[in-house]
Design a protein around this ligand. Structure first.
Ligand code: PGA
Length: 261
């Protein structure tokens, strides 16, 4: 089976100084340059401009981990989509489970950020996912459906061209215990059906849905073999350049000891 291009995004969270970030990018750039896939790094705000410069002329895209929903104003500590774009970011994450849990971000607030990003043509990855309790009490699909429909409220079909979804079960993030590729596939299929219902079959088929939660070089192929899984969002394993280089190299059986095609 030939694997179509995937989107591989590293999410550095609050890690790396500028010097560390530049060193990292220099180390992975040779692999990223020859990749058949889209490679992205969601980095701290302080690193965007320099890394965007460093990765010019390469397929590596630099993104941010969060934005605010307004153009400008008295919003201490925030940045706008335009500021992110000007610094060289081509995408942003929004609604990551850490933002939801630690900073009390609601679906409504996250929706305002999605609307702001697409209005400025900044690509946006809307992160969703259920907690362990929500899963064990049989409410996972209800939660995902709500996160999608409220997160995408008033986003038009046209604007959906700029939107991707990252399905990240909260219990799998940073735990070392990934969802099984079968569970991930099933959830992706469900999320796609919600989008088809909200928009159309075409929009649902086109939207990229990434899996995130304890993806590592050792298990990445099992996810990316699934047709429903259009990419991955990777936290911990994106912090080490050798590990991230292996992730980029997932199609090379020698790098992984298992076959990618
Ligand atoms: P993890 O994080 O790969 O360390 O589980 C994923 C994420 O938070 O996006």
């Amino acid at each position: 089976m030939k694997i179509p291009p995937k989107w591989l995004i590293g999410n550095w969270k609050m890690h790396k100084t500028r010097a560390e970030a530049i060193q990292f990018v220099k180390e992975i750039l040779p692999k990223a340059t020859h990749s058949l896939d889209e490679i992205g790094l969601a980095v701290p705000f302080t690193c965007i401009a320099e890394l965007a410069k460093e990765s010019l002329q390469s397929p590596l895209e630099i993104g941010c981990q969060n934005i605010y929903s307004k153009d400008q104003g008295a919003f201490t500590g925030e940045i706008s989509a335009e500021m992110a774009l000007e610094a060289g970011a081509s995408f942003t994450l929004v609604g990551h489970s850490e933002r939801r849990a630690l900073f009390n971000e609601t679906n409504e607030f996250i929706n305002s950020k999605v609307l702001h990003a697409v209005s400025k043509k900044l690509k946006v990855v809307l992160c969703i996912g259920e907690t362990e309790l929500e899963r064990s009490s049989g409410r996972a699909y209800e939660v995902l459906s709500k996160q999608i429909s409220e997160g995408l409220k008033k986003v038009s079909s046209k604007e959906m061209e700029k939107v991707s979804i990252a399905y990240e079960p909260v219990w799998a993030i940073g735990s070392g215990v990934a969802a099984s590729p079968e569970v991930a596939e099933e959830c992706h299929r469900f999320c796609r059906s919600v989008i088809e219902e909200l928009y159309s079959h075409d929009v649902g088929q086109r939207v990229k849905i990434l899996y995130g939660g304890s993806v590592q070089p050792e298990n990445i192929n099992k996810f990316l073999e699934k047709v429903e899984i259009n990419g991955v969002l990777i936290g911990k394993a994106s912090l080490s350049s050798p590990a991230f280089a292996k992730i980029i190299d997932f199609r090379n059986p020698e790098s992984h000891g298992n076959k990618a095609t």
